[in-house]
Design a protein around this ligand. Structure first.
Ligand SMILES: [Zn+2]
Length: 207
C-alpha cells in the first residue's frame, strides 16, 4: 500500500505546479521527501539528496542558493495564506469497504509504540504495555486514528471498548472525551464523531 515516496513526490509537484500556474505564478519547485521519524527507517542512499528527516529541513533550506528574488515578501505571505486556505484534509475511503473486512477478522487492542504489539492495557492514568512495560497517556488516540482508517469517522462507546479491549464503559467514556471526538445523541444511541484532525497525528500505520 505504501507507494514509492519519489513517485508520490513527483505527483505532488505536478499538482502544485498546476495550482501555481492557475495563479500565474512561475517559480522553481525544489522537492524533498521529509520523514517525521528517524527511528523507524533505514534508508540506504536511495536518491538520498531528495530524502530528508524533519530535523534536517532548516539546514537544507539555508543551503539553497538564491539567484534572484521572484516574489516580494508580501507576495510570499499572500501565497502562503492561499495555500493554507486551499488545504484539504485527506479523507480516505475506509479500509473495511475497500477490502471488505469485517471487524471480527481484525485483531483488537491498543498498539504499543515501544514494541508494536497490541498489548497496551489501561491502568489508572495511563496505558502500559504488558509485554515491554512502555507507558503512554495517549495511545488510544492512535487507536481512534486506526478506527478512522478502517471503519470511518463514527464509533460508539461499545465499539471503542471492543476495539481497544477496555472493559469499563466509564473508562471508555473518559478516554473518548478528548479534543478529537464530538458526542452526538444521548444514552444508548449516542455516537462519537471523529475529527479528521486525528489523521494528522503521527501514525504507526503504513498507508
Ligand atoms: Zn510494548
Amino acid at each position: 500500500m505504501l507507494r514509492s515516496p519519489i513517485e508520490e513526490l513527483e505527483r505532488k509537484k505536478y499538482f502544485l505546479g498546476n495550482w501555481l500556474k492557475q495563479r500565474q505564478i512561475d517559480i522553481p519547485l525544489i522537492d524533498f521527501v521529509v520523514f517525521a521519524y528517524n527511528n523507524e527507517l533505514l534508508i540506504e542512499n536511495l536518491a538520498a539528496h531528495r530524502i530528508a528527516f524533519s530535523y534536517e529541513v532548516p539546514n537544507k533550506l539555508r543551503a539553497l542558493e538564491i539567484d534572484a528574488s521572484i516574489l516580494n515578501e508580501n507576495q510570499v505571505q499572500q501565497l502562503a495564506n492561499e495555500l493554507t486556505h486551499a488545504h484539504r484534509v485527506f479523507e480516505p475511503h475506509s479500509l473495511n469497504q475497500k477490502y471488505q473486512l469485517s471487524l471480527e477478522e481484525l485483531e483488537m487492542g491498543v498498539t504499543c509504540h515501544g514494541c508494536n504489539r497490541l498489548t497496551m492495557q489501561w491502568g489508572q492514568k495511563m496505558w502500559q504495555c504488558q509485554a515491554c512495560g512502555y507507558q503512554d497517556k495517549a495511545s488510544h488516540l492512535n487507536t481512534l486514528q486506526e478506527w478512522y482508517y478502517i471503519n470511518g469517522k463514527q464509533l460508539t462507546n461499545r465499539q471503542f471498548r471492543q476495539f481497544s479491549r477496555i472493559h469499563s464503559r466509564h473508562t471508555a467514556k473518559r478516554l473518548l472525551a478528548n479534543p478529537y471526538t464530538e458526542l452526538s445523541g444521548k444514552n444508548k444511541s449516542s455516537i462519537y464523531q471523529l475529527s479528521p484532525k486525528l489523521l494528522t497525528l503521527p501514525t504507526n500505520l503504513s498507508l
